[in-house]
Design a protein around this ligand. Structure first.
Ligand code: GCV
Length: 702
């Protein structure tokens, strides 16, 4: 009987431990398995000394305590005889010279000799820098690296590294697939859920230093006194972790909550209202980051309603927050049914405003010209506003990339954009250099990513969604890291250091972005998904009142061919890029249908015709997902059963949906190409009509 009880208790512990595991993301701090490594770590870290007493240094102490005790499976004393010494530069007079290299957030991890003893020092100019250094040090141990001889200087390339939450005040998350919003506005400010602290901690561990708490489709209520108290409570929790809060501001707030009859940015009462609001916010939150604004876009109010420009609107808000060091992030995501091509609109509206924004305004540009598609050419604005600091916006939540159920590792997408050359100032004017401010000497620089986080126990719903959160933090900090390096770091910390696990999961992750491009939108197809919820394929979609909402607007398939002619014979959107870029986009078949309408019979580099290549690519996408499934199957027993089964089921959904995408799209395009499927291709399991009949009134996130 006693045995049965012990067994039951053990089973409960195992169950509990495994469900805890997913909550703890990449900070699992499980004991180092390799005995030789463990012994060497234990020899190097016999005791720790942390100097400093701020709330951030308390976090440092706690993190080191938990981290080292967990990893080394032994309590590490915190005392003066330390072999690991942690504190800001003034604690280490001998290292004063290194201060210049580190800026306000960078850190130094150094193996050195002090007072005749071999020690490791983690230092920085600020407490926040020390915290980043500590997380890095723990990452080295978690990923089984040697810590014997370190001289690491790491400084973030980009200053503002933000998550944008599209969270509504009723906790519904627009395009959210991981539960409801983390922010429980109803119980704030009195009840501080421990998840708020954990959220800040995980962000800090990958270098994220800001969060826009509410949806860009904003509700003015967030700016009322009661809600600002709630925002301030979150800011207090986040502060020790170096995370600032920002808010999406509704442009018409002076009317909705301020009782004014206008929101005209040049109106004195409006200007005063925003100044008063800024004063009120900064009294509560002295380090408030600033405002994010979506204006004159998808029904949101904005300065154009008063005949004013985006610059007028942004500058008015910028003036209000400037006295306190705040900034305004003004989004360039605009499109209008009157435009000849949605692709061109952001450039047409914003490029002429270059140089007209205040110094504390950043224009926030989505990575592509349309809307977070599986693959987009980089937005032409990224090479066209040298006088304005541009903030790059990515999307972690997979609105167009399989939503909550597809395993898609996004670092390759981020890297493709960051590495793209705009040629704005000759060769090597990459998007990365534009965004980190080095190309045009901007003091402000930033990357924002639409969060994929909700209140699901494992934060992101899909375990592999965690990798995208991780990746955006690491890449915003250091855009020279490769997708592969980041994947490997994440896998080792999340699943362990077993070589088979690492290599197999990495293979799956690195193949996954190209796979989703292939099974959804190969060869440059874009925006052919279901209406509204954006779930599943609907290339036939043509019944919405605005042309630029309909998939047929984007693929332009007819009996002659397929693709959107954006060359000089079409909308000439290509002209928004430098000649070198134009040439590349015309040559690179990855972007073929973004820029050209080509005949079904045209031969491509592979020797296949456009129709054959489309079939080939769709099929390749499906095959890759099936290969991911069999790789995963081989990992049974090497991963805890809970995660193994979850990912297995999700991969099955992904394989089913990839097949659905392939079949529905090819059957539809075949009505124009009038060509057969290549011999021995898997036959579609439904007719085109059956696919068209599918309806998903309750698909999430809409
Ligand atoms: C927050 C797309 C999404 C919208 C989103 C919008 C934006 O259109 O479908 O949900 O709105 O982008 O980025 O503002």
């Amino acid at each position: 009987m006693k045995k049965i009880w012990s067994l039951l208790i053990l089973m409960l512990c195992v169950f509990h431990a495994s469900s805890q595991d997913q909550y703890t993301l990449w900070l699992r701090y499980t004991p180092v398995k390799d005995p030789a490594l463990l012994a060497s770590y234990r020899r190097s870290i016999t005791a720790v000394a942390v100097t400093g007493s701020s709330p951030t240094m308390e976090v440092v102490r706690k993190e080191l305590g938990n981290g080292l005790n967990g990893l080394l499976e032994t309590p590490i004393p915190f005392n003066g005889n330390a072999s690991l010494m942690v504190g800001t530069i003034p604690s280490f007079p001998a290292l004063r010279d290194r201060s210049k290299e580190l800026g306000t957030e960078g850190f130094l991890i150094l193996s050195t000799v002090m007072n005749g003893r071999k020690v490791t020092v983690i230092t920085a100019n600020t407490d926040k820098g020390v915290l980043y250094g500590v997380f890095h040090f723990l990452r080295l141990i978690q990923t089984a690296q040697s810590i014997g001889d370190l001289n690491i200087v790491s400084v973030p390339r980009v200053k503002l590294r933000l998550l944008d939450h599209w969270d509504n005040l009723n906790r519904y998350v627009e395009r959210g697939y991981a539960g409801i919003s983390l922010w429980n506005w109803h119980t704030l400010p009195d009840y501080l859920d421990s998840r708020y602290t954990d959220y800040a901690r995980y962000n800090a561990s990958v270098g994220i230093n800001g969060a826009v708490l509410n949806n860009v489709n904003a509700n003015a209520v967030i700016l009322t006194p009661a809600y600002l108290q709630k925002v301030a409570a979150l800011a207090n929790v986040f502060r020790p972790y170096g995370i600032k809060v920002y808010l999406s501001a509704r442009f018409s707030a002076p009317m909705e909550i301020g009782g004014l009859h206008t929101a005209d940015p040049l109106n004195d009462s409006v200007r005063q209202w925003w100044q008063g609001k800024a004063k009120e916010i900064y009294a509560l939150i002295p380090d408030f980051g600033g405002f994010l604004v979506k204006a004159n876009s998808e029904g949101q109010p904005g300065p154009q309603s008063y005949g004013r420009t985006h610059a007028d609107g942004a500058n008015m808000l910028a003036d209000a927050v400037a006295p306190y060091g705040g900034i305004v992030m003004w989004r360039a995501f605009v499109y209008d049914p009157k435009a000849s091509d949605r692709f061109k609109q952001a450039y047409d509206e914003f490029q002429p405003l270059d140089g007209k924004f205040r110094e504390n305004v950043m224009v926030q540009v989505k990575n592509g010209p349309i809307d977070f598609q599986p693959r987009e050419p980089f937005s032409p604005l990224l090479g066209a506003m040298p006088h304005t600091p541009l903030m790059l916006e990515f999307q972690l939540t997979q609105e167009y990339l399989g939503q909550g159920t597809h395993l898609v590792y996004l670092a390759p997408l981020f890297k493709e954009v960051l590495n793209a050359d705009t040629y704005a100032q000759g060769k090597n004017s990459t998007v990365a250099r534009t965004i980190d401010g080095s190309l045009n000497n901007h003091a402000l620089s930033g990357i924002a990513a639409v969060a994929n986080i909700g209140n699901e126990r494992n934060w992101t719903g899909h375990t592999f969604g965690q990798a995208n959160w991780y990746a955006i933090g690491r890449l915003s900090w250091d855009n020279s890291l490769s997708s592969e390096q980041i994947a490997e770091e994440w896998i080792r910390q999340t699943f362990g250091n077993s070589p088979l696990l690492v290599s197999s999961i990495k293979r799956m992750m690195l193949a996954s972005h190209e796979a989703v491009v292939n099974y959804m939108t190969p060869l440059g197809l874009h925006h052919i998904m279901g209406n509204g919820h954006h779930y599943g394929p609907a290339p036939w979609g043509n019944d919405l009142p605005r042309a630029d909402w309909n998939p047929v607007y984007y693929h332009r398939a007819d009996t002659n061919g397929i693709g959107f002619d954006r060359t000089v014979t079409g909308t000439n959107a290509l002209l928004q890029y430098r000649p070198e870029v134009r040439k590349q986009f015309l040559e690179d078949e990855k972007y073929l249908l973004w820029f050209r309408h080509v005949s079904w019979g045209q031969r491509l580099r592979s020797g296949r015709t456009v129709w054959e290549e489309l079939c080939y690519k769709y099929n390749e996408g499906v095959d890759t997902v099936r290969a991911m499934q069999s790789t995963w199957e081989q990992l049974k027993g090497l991963i805890d059963e809970e995660r193994f089964q979850q990912v297995r089921m999700l991969l099955a959904i992904q394989a089913k949906e990839a097949t659905w995408w392939r079949n529905a799209c090819l059957l539809y395009f075949q009505t124009y190409s009038r060509l057969p499927f290549p011999a021995n291709y898997e036959k579609p399991d439904h007719s085109l009509d059956e696919y068209k009949q599918l309806s998903f009134p309750y698909a999430p996130g809409n």
